[in-house]
Design a protein around this ligand. Structure first.
Ligand SMILES: Nc1ncnc2c1ncn2[C@@H]1O[C@H](COP(=O)(O)OP(=O)(O)O)[C@@H](O)[C@H]1O
Ligand SMILES: [Mg+2]
Length: 281
């Protein structure tokens, strides 16, 4: 049986100023999935993430992690945050130590690991995210892209089971976006679950096993990353464009009989192979 990482039932969150950011939202997340969370600005994606590692508490509704209702005492939260790592949308909310290496070490040190283990993990995480040469720099002088990579390194060093990444590639150039995505591919295995929010439909289409779309504090779609782009209503409500590989393929289909759904190309390479095979160019 597939294990449920999160079971969210009837989650509502009202901020102090009266705003309802999440409205009676229900969602089940299965272990081992790579999930892209899409939705227009203000849909509630960041607010949802903050609930999933206990930084915000529901106004009403329940959140279960691996079947157990999340508790908010210090000990329970520490244990949850060991397992569920979050990379904030705004890295300035994440980074606060004097320099890069200290910042990346902060999480692992709090896990109570031996000094040499912490050191090893931090070196490894810095190498993976290509921030080693920034290690002595003060975090507040870094560029946005550098800050994002440092924030990701801090989570990577803790090796959580669940990753929550809030728009991890926004503000990164194509090289570092690709590098972050291949890093996520390399850490992914059947026990790890990754939920990534993004406005990049091309990324979501190519990378995700499952797509969740939010609008106005609710989930309006959960399913495979191809069907969602056939759903004009969802696309309109969540301000989503179609991925270019998907659109190209739809255009190609106009000239001949459609093939089975599982052959829909998801990457540029798959699309090119398909065109070559069908002698389109
Ligand atoms: N701290 C806060 N206080 C009041 N309202 C907030 C706060 N944070 C977010 N909101 C509001 O909650 C809604 C959802 O915001 P958010 O979760 O940031 O959406 P998204 O990440 O999808 O863009 C928006 O209407 C936003 O203005
Ligand atoms: Mg957000």
């Amino acid at each position: 049986m597939e294990e449920h990482i999160f079971n969210i039932e009837g989650l509502t969150h009202q901020f102090a100023d009266g705003t309802f950011a999440i409205k009676n939202l229900s969602l089940t997340v299965q272990q081992g999935k790579k999930i892209a969370l899409l939705g227009n600005n203000g849909a509630g994606k960041s607010t949802l993430f903050l609930h999933l590692n206990g930084l915000l508490q529901p106004t009403s509704g329940t959140i279960r992690y691996k079947g157990k209702k999340i508790k908010y005492d210090r000990k329970a939260l520490l244990s949850l945050r060991k397992q569920v790592g979050i990379v904030f949308q705004d890295p300035d909310s994440q980074l606060f130590s004097a320099n890069v290496q200290q910042d990346i070490s902060f999480g692992p040190m709090n896990l109570g690991w031996e000094r040499n283990v912490v050191h090893e993990k931090v070196q490894w995480a810095m190498a993976q995210t290509e921030v080693t040469e920034l290690k002595d720099r003060p975090t507040h002088f870094l560029s946005l892209g550098q800050k994002k990579r440092v924030a990701i390194a801090g989570v990577l060093a803790m090796e959580p089971d669940v990753w929550l990444l809030d728009e991890p590639t926004s503000g990164l150039d194509p090289y570092f976006s690709r590098q972050i995505m291949s890093l996520l591919d390399s850490i992914h295995h059947p026990d790890k679950t990754i939920i990534l929010s993004t406005h990049d439909v091309n990324l979501a289409y190519q990378w995700a096993d499952e797509v969740v779309v939010m609008n106005d504090g609710k989930v309006i779609y959960q399913g495979d990353p191809v069907s969602v782009f056939h759903d004009e209503d969802v696309l309109m409500r969540a301000h989503l464009e179609k991925p270019w590989v998907f659109e190209m393929f739809q255009a190609l289909l106009k000239s001949r009989i459609p093939s089975e759904k599982d052959l829909v190309p998801r990457t540029k390479e798959e699309l090119l192979q398909k065109m070559e095979r069908e002698r389109i160019y």
